[in-house]
Write a protein that binds this ligand. Structure first.
Ligand code: SF4
Length: 270
């Protein structure tokens, strides 16, 4: 059986950077280390981090001794108001926001300062989008589907950005509709190139291989999106989180299997 691993499978730059920052701090830090939400959407990596004393929290009230703790902001970033609140609590904050997410935040900040309203094309529930919305200071809205564009009323100055892990085709479809309603909109395609490259490689691979295995957390939105993309080209697509997920698969019909993985999947799992 031929097994082909995608060149773009696994950690993206931002996630690798965040994991490196945390592991580096853990080596010399005596204070307790927390991440604001799970560092990455991969349960096995979270367990590994826990074994090194690094714990995810959802709320800063979970940290009792704030003067003896470090809180890491993960690659998704957070809203400015939230950052302010954390700092005011006395916690030491280490920022592992991906520079590419930081770039989207800066576009939003700059344009709201120039009186633009901001449309963020992304998943309402995603923490990155939540953080981005915070940068719009009450002048932002989230659009998650082409249908939602119909409800849009267009102001004079509108700026459009994307969640960095949006699907390019979905983004383009939404942007085309926005342009019809707001021809003056200033559009920034802020989809991360690592996402585009990963998605393009998976689509090409899915057309060539007998089956596709997409490896990553079931809670990882970008892994799920990758599996959805592969599925469109190759119905024999499987989302694999751990080797146990492969137990029920009949490998008989497949001679060529393509493997890719989400941006939050470490090499040791792939
Ligand atoms: Fe950064 Fe891109 Fe990775 Fe998002 S997908 S964390 S923007 S490198």
């Amino acid at each position: 059986m031929e097994v082909k691993l995608a060149k773009t499978a696994g950690f993206c730059m931002g996630v690798r950077r965040a994991v490196d920052i945390v592991l580096d701090i853990a080596q010399h830090e005596t204070r307790r280390i927390y991440t604001y939400g799970p560092l990455i959407h991969n349960p096995q990596t979270i367990e590994l981090l826990k074994s090194r004393g690094i714990r995810p929290i959802e709320n800063i009230e979970e940290i009792k001794d704030k003067n003896n703790a470090i809180l890491i902001v993960r690659a998704h970033g957070i809203a400015p108001a939230e950052r302010k609140k954390i700092k005011a609590s006395g916690l030491k904050v280490v920022d592992a926001t991906c520079p590419k997410v930081g770039y989207v935040q800066s576009i939003i900040k700059k344009h709201t300062g120039l009186d633009y309203s901001v449309i963020i094309v992304g998943d309402r529930e995603h923490p990155e989008v939540d953080g981005l919305l915070g940068y719009a200071g009450g002048r932002g809205i989230i659009i998650s589907s082409p249908e939602e564009v119909d409800k849009l009323s267009c102001n004079e100055k509108v700026c459009v950005v994307a969640q960095t892990t949006q699907n390019l085709d979905d983004y383009n479809e939404i942007v085309d509709k926005i342009k019809q309603i707001c021809p003056q909109a200033v559009i920034f395609n802020t989809i991360c190139s690592s996402t585009e490259q990963r998605q393009a490689e998976v689509t090409a691979m899915a057309g060539e291989m007998d089956a596709m295995f997409i490896v990553g957390g079931k809670n990882s939105a970008n892994t799920r999106r990758l599996a959805d993309l592969a599925q469109k080209k190759q119905p024999a697509t499987f989302h694999i989180e751990t080797p146990a997920d492969m137990g029920k698969i009949d490998f008989g019909p497949y001679n060529r299997i393509g493997v890719s993985a989400g941006a939050s999947t470490p090499n040791w799992i792939i």
